[in-house]
Design a protein around this ligand. Structure first.
Ligand SMILES: *[C@@H]1O[C@H](CO)[C@@H](O)[C@H](O)[C@H]1NC(C)=O
Ligand SMILES: *[C@@H]1O[C@H](CO)[C@@H](O)[C@H](O)[C@H]1NC(C)=O
Length: 502
């Protein structure tokens, strides 16, 4: 039997109304979630009592950990976004004022003037972490050393500033954490023993390096460099031993780990590694001062447009084709084996002088487009000079959090090489606009990230060791879908780009 027409129409309206109600309901729900997520950060939306409690805790934190707090702000607010002081910042400033009026903590004042130890001439060393009896406070003051505690930042500064609460006792006991370099000392270029920790003046230096594989069953950490080698023994019973894998190169140039559940922690240039090992790290002196006036005109006397020094012509991200396409619309001088300009390595210094004095732009193109893959090509060849880098390699959002604010141009900001060239012509004619890309200079430093200090300090975090964590399949994390792409990130389809090395 066929249904009469009229009921079909009613049925349609009924569905429509239901759908609208659903959408409305969902929005309400989302608003709720959003609200509850934000609440801990905002003092205005909580009750008076909770407010006092938080203020109390925050003041306690200010007393011991003022630099700590500034630095964790670096971590939570990506340097590249021109954010006004966040809620949290605001809150801390207010409390700061209150605190000074009340007590005028001496340590807080030292911290405000002395740079943290990892800067050049830095003098401020961290004190042991405080302990908190109540769970909420513990959570609030967690040192945030590990990826799951901070989804966005690299936690490098947190790790550099972490000292376990019982560090005095640890030192007095004479007990050291043993780190076994399973591929030997050679690949790391370090001496056995404590030398590297002492020489670096690590805040936590109670660790020792060894290459003695007989210690595999008792070492606190077994550290692999690029290749995993099974130890052939059962893992120790205490479950606290950490297997860490270090990769220097990007996934295209590293091997698979064939054994599942073998790796607990990772150390790579990826921001979400346990102990990030970046090629370079930019750090502002003060996260609120990311730009400053320069007394140098970076456009002065420059007569040439784009330069590129390159030796490896066949890169898988098509960077050479891109440069050739760009050449059709703006002058691009390619030095080295892939172009017509010669710059012998023996006169490298002179080449860099030419770059500084004559060229406005430099192509800092990586050889692979992989997440967070930004090498010294960008930091040393380009940012340390007086030329504006044009970058290709990691995703635009990766550069945004790693590079100084407004210090480069990403090719993906433009739909094509032609459009990029058009913008470069605009910059070429407008010195003020061109110079606006150099205002980050002097606001911070490329810091030494003291890899070994951070390995040692994180290995002292007993909470994490107790938790027990590992990668079921580390290859999945390292080279799975969405990590690298053979083309531009602009029209990137994650599922097409899983890398396998077999
Ligand atoms: C620019 O050229 C002038 C004249 O040749 C020279 O005196 C000056 O030092 C140059 N400036 C820079 C920044 O290279
Ligand atoms: C390391 O991983 C193993 C599993 O392969 C686990 O039993 C152990 O507890 C982990 N250790 C730490 C410190 O997370």
């Amino acid at each position: 039997m066929r249904r009469p027409k009229i009921s079909l129409k009613k049925y349609f309206y009924f569905t429509l109304i239901c759908a609208l109600l659903l959408i409305f309901g969902f929005n309400l729900k989302e608003y709720e979630i959003w609200k509850s997520n934000r609440e801990p950060r905002s003092l205005l939306s909580v009750t008076q009592q909770q407010q006092q409690q938080r203020q109390h805790e925050a003041i306690n934190e200010m007393k011991g950990l003022i630099v700590w707090e500034t630095t964790s702000t670096y971590e939570s607010a990506p340097p590249a976004s021109p954010v006004p002081a966040s809620d949290q910042d605001q809150q801390l400033q207010e409390l700061d004022a209150e605190e000074e009026g009340a007590a005028g903590d001496r340590r807080a004042q030292t911290a405000a003037t002395a740079k943290p130890w990892f800067f050049r001439n830095g003098e401020y060393y961290p004190k042991p972490a405080k302990t908190f009896s109540n769970r909420k406070a513990r959570k609030l003051h967690a040192p945030r050393l590990f990826p799951q505690e901070d989804q966005h930042g690299d936690r490098v500064v947190n790790q550099l500033m972490y000292v376990p609460h019982n560090y005095e006792q640890i030192k007095a006991s004479g007990k050291l954490k043993t780190i076994l370099l399973y591929n030997g000392l050679g690949p790391w270029n370090v001496k056995k023993g404590r030398e590297v920790f002492l020489r670096s003046k690590c805040p936590v230096d109670t660790c020792e390096l060894t290459a003695n594989r007989d210690l595999a069953s008792v070492a606190d950490m077994i550290l692999y460099k690029d290749t995993y080698i099974p130890t052939g023994i059962r893992r120790p019973n205490n479950h606290k031993q950490v297997n860490m894998m270090y990769y220097l190169e990007c996934p295209y140039h590293t091997q698979n780990v064939k054994v599942p559940d073998a790796i607990n922690w990772t150390a790579t240039y990826r921001r979400d590694s346990t102990v990030m090992a970046p090629y370079e790290k930019w750090q502002y002196y003060d996260n609120k001062v990311q730009q400053q006036e320069q007394d140098h005109n970076y456009a002065l006397n420059k007569t040439k447009k784009v330069a590129w020094f390159v030796s490896n012509c066949g890169a898988r991200n098509g960077r050479l084709q891109y440069a050739h396409e760009l050449q059709k619309h703006i002058e691009v001088d390619i030095y080295g084996g892939c172009g017509n300009y010669k710059c012998p390595r023996s006169t490298a210094d002179r080449c860099f002088d030419i770059l500084d004095n004559d060229y406005k732009f430099y192509l800092a193109f990586e050889n692979s487009n992989c997440r967070d893959y930004i090498t010294e090509k960008f930091f040393v060849n380009a940012l340390n000079r007086k030329v504006l880098p044009i970058v290709m390699g990691a995703r635009p959002e990766d550069y945004e959090v790693s590079a100084p604010r407004r210090s480069y141009i990403h090719v993906d900001e433009f739909a094509s090489p032609k459009e990029l060239a058009e913008y470069l012509h605009i910059l070429d004619k407008d010195d003020e606009l061109y110079n606006s890309y150099f205002k980050w200079k002097g606001t911070g430093e490329f810091i030494n990230t003291y890899f070994w200090c951070r390995v040692c300090s994180t290995l002292h975090n007993e909470d994490q060791l107790r938790k027990s964590s590992w990668y079921h399949d580390v290859n999945d994390w390292w080279r799975g879908a969405g990590i690298c792409t053979s083309g531009s990130w602009r029209n990137f389809k994650a599922r097409m780009d899983v890398i396998s090395d077999d």
